[in-house]
Design a protein around this ligand. Sequence first.
Ligand code: NAD
Ligand code: ZN
Length: 362
Amino acid sequence: EVALAGRAYDIVIGRGLLASLGERVAALRPGARAAIVTDETVAEYHLRAAETSLNEAGITTSRVLVAAGEASKSYPVFERVCEELIAARIERNDLVVALGGGVIGDLSGFVASAVRRGLDFVQVPTTLLAQVDSSVGGKTGINSRLGKNLIGAFHQPILVVADTALLDTLPVRIMRAGYAEVAKYGLIGDADFFAWLENNWRDVFAGGPAREHAIAVSCRMKAQIVARDERETGDRALLNLGHTFGHALEAAAGFSDRLYHGEAISIGMALAFAFSARRGLCSQADSERVVRHLSAVGLPTRISDIPGEKPGAEWLLDLIAQDKKVRRGRLTFILAHGIGQSFIAPDVDVADVREFLTDQLR
Ligand code: NAD
Ligand code: ZN
């Protein structure tokens, strides 16, 4: 449960749950109609099953398809999806169902926040990243020409249905990228979970109960943090572990297939731990352990792992400054005292980051 006063909602997690989507939605909003927003790739694999479940529970559906990929988090696609919902006569007490990865969840959640001043929406995440991260917490939005996720709204779903079997059709590289966010929860606040992942990650990839466990632990931590700090005025920032370096790396790679978000976060977490170790905040052994696990899974951990042109230190610092507020040469970073002991460091000297990055790139 995500315990938000007056707007609490459930995250249900399990293999084969898509078949129960219809009855779950009908129980919450009897008589509603649903517009399913999805991308063309997900539609091929899973749209029919979602529609069947909803229709059998007496919920009339319409579909809105967008192209797969980050480019769909844009003004033109936002406009088209809004217009299609209105044309399909989706009204105040109807619903939007987001069937897809983080792109579909962010886009359709934002559409749902805006059309008729706010429609209810249900998240049916189909990537590992979406099941452990983006479908929970209510951050929705699209990209501005000047940067990622700059246009958006907090709009919480009324239900999240995470069917772990949907991940069976994911390409392994996308699965791995999502796994970086799973490892993140261990690194933020649960050393036992991180140790469990070191021993069980293969089973998470294979499916079965280990996958459900990893997703449930991740969602529980995210739900707790969101319930404490929905609007990110405090603790929620911990979820940005690895994201200051990661966003800069993603931007340097042009938000392209050269470097997926989760891959950038993997490098970013390795850098955050290396930076923490260098400042004597955590042990070198913990920093090496992070790199060892992420590499074992097949994730990149060094800037030199990025294919093609490598960004230099000054370029990365410029990108960090665009992403984060820098006040008098200082910025907020998520650092760590060890595995499972991340903290918000509000006063990191940009000069130290410059020296660290220059060293990393040597
Ligand atoms: P995505 O939605 O683009 O999905 C990745 C690819 O996998 C797409 O090509 C998609 O068509 C395909 N796909 C999805 N499900 C599939 C399935 N079951 N089988 C086969 N292929 C499938 O990307 P993502 O990694 O899920 O999400 C990334 C987005 O999430 C970014 O835009 C990021 O900004 C956003 N995000 C949002 C939050 C949040 O809190 N709102 C948090 C983290 C990330
Ligand atoms: Zn992330």
